[in-house]
Write a protein that binds this ligand. Structure first.
Ligand code: GAR
Length: 223
């Protein structure tokens, strides 16, 4: 991966859990493989390990408590408005959902159309939602994998940017399969971010095209 043609994209990462994908992105940025700057890491969970990882790397970490918003009819939208304000304050250009276990609403989706990505541990459109490694094994699939896609209002439904396939072995449990899928997640998420940074992602309807040649000097696409 070359970073020579890209500017440093201002990225926010939304994460709810252990943050191994966040770590993969941090590592790829620190090693110069990805031309981006993480300007904040936001979580809806106070104890998310992802926040600790952010702090360890000197990144801004923010816990945004969903509780004050709960009970309202528009609680999810109100929460997302609070997030949007933070993203705008930080002049975020690209939002990454990395194990963010909260459904994002139109408030964020529209503000960051084709500028918000998610990583999901299945070969979408097979197995959206939760416990997907277990579901793939139980279905008898021979191939599982992971998908990076742009985020739309439908959960796990947006245009697909990159996928990686992982064979399902006879002795696999959901844990062993998840572990091997994660190795691929950590490769394809940084790759998708770098393609964005290089302005090489073009969305037409459901399809994302990866431009092969881009004139020198062109940077971020709003894809
Ligand atoms: C990853 O496997 C990611 O693909 C999945 O949660 C895990 C988070 O791990 N995301 C989803 O299932 C979203 N639908 P991490 O916190 O170590 O990055």
């Amino acid at each position: 991966m070359s970073t020579s043609r890209a500017v440093r994209v201002r990225v926010a990462v939304l994460a709810s859990g252990r943050g191994s994908n966040l770590q993969a992105v941090i590592d790829a940025i620190e090693s110069g493989q990805v031309s981006a700057e993480i300007v904040c890491v936001i979580s809806n969970k106070k104890d998310a390990v992802a926040l600790e990882r952010a702090r360890k790397h000197g990144l801004k970490d923010l816990f945004v408590d969903p509780k004050p918003f709960s009970g309202r009819l528009d609680s999810r939208e109100a929460y997302d408005l609070a997030l949007l304000e933070i993203l705008q304050q930080h002049e975020v250009e690209l939002v990454l959902l990395a194990g963010y276990m909260k459904i994002v609403t139109a408030v964020l989706v529209n503000a960051y159309a084709n500028r918000m990505m998610n990583i999901h541990p299945s070969l979408l459109p097979s197995f959206p939602g939760l416990d997907v490694q277990k579901k793939a094994i139980e279905w008898g699939c021979k191939l599982a994998g992971c998908t990076v896609h742009f985020v739309t209002e439908g959960v796990d439904e947006g245009p697909i940017i990159i996928q990686a396939a992982v064979p399902i072995l006879d002795h696999d449990t959901s844990d062993t399969l998840a572990e091997r899928i994660l190795v691929q997640e950590h490769k394809i998420y940084p790759r998708a971010i770098q393609l964005f940074a290089e302005g090489r992602l073009r969305v037409e309807g459901r399809r994302v095209y990866i431009d092969t040649a881009k004139p020198e000097g062109e940077a971020i696409a709003s894809a």
